[in-house]
Design a protein around this ligand. Structure first.
Ligand code: FES
Length: 154
């Protein structure tokens, strides 16, 4: 990325502080859709951190993507409270309806399906985030409705 780029603006926003590594990676991912290998190298160099460390932090957090995502990103909670509330069935419906496994993007680039850990809405599990919106009390029918609503029809 050239000087004055989004990446540089974000790094400057945090004063180049290595303690802000997660925030920098998250902001770059949100701004550009994902973090490229070049971004990882620049961040490592600017923060004075090993590239392997920056990569392992980036790959740990589900809100940081290392590959291009679809137009809409579904993050489905895979933790135990959601799982026992019927999450397994909803998980299968998501994969079947979209025709892709978790971790993948539909060939037309509309949907990316990702697992996530608890998003703090366990009392209304099973839960998923679609882009920035949280949806709870999911059932297979409700999931089909949401996908049709957000995606403008499947
Ligand atoms: S376990 Fe799913 S939101 Fe907390």
């Amino acid at each position: 990325m050239p000087e004055g780029s989004t990446l540089n603006v974000i790094i400057e926003k945090y004063g180049g502080d290595r303690e802000a590594l997660v925030e920098i990676l998250r902001d770059v991912s949100q701004a550009n859709g994902y973090v490229t290998p070049e971004d990882l190298a620049t961040i490592a160099q600017r923060l004075g951190l090993p590239q392997s460390h920056v990569y392992s932090v980036a790959s740990f957090y589900s809100l940081i993507s290392l590959k291009p995502l679809g137009k809409h990103v579904i993050r489905f909670c895979q933790d135990a409270p959601c799982h026992v509330a019927g999450g397994r069935e909803v998980w299968e419906v998501l994969e079947q309806t979209l025709g892709i496994p978790f971790g993948a993007t539909t060939p037309d680039g509309t949907w990316t399906l990702l697992p996530t850990s608890c998003i703090g809405a366990c009392s209304v599990g099973p839960v998923m985030m679609v882009d920035d919106e949280i949806y709870g009390n999911l059932t297979p029918d409700r999931v089909r409705e949401i996908l049709a609503q957000v995606g403008g029809g499947l």
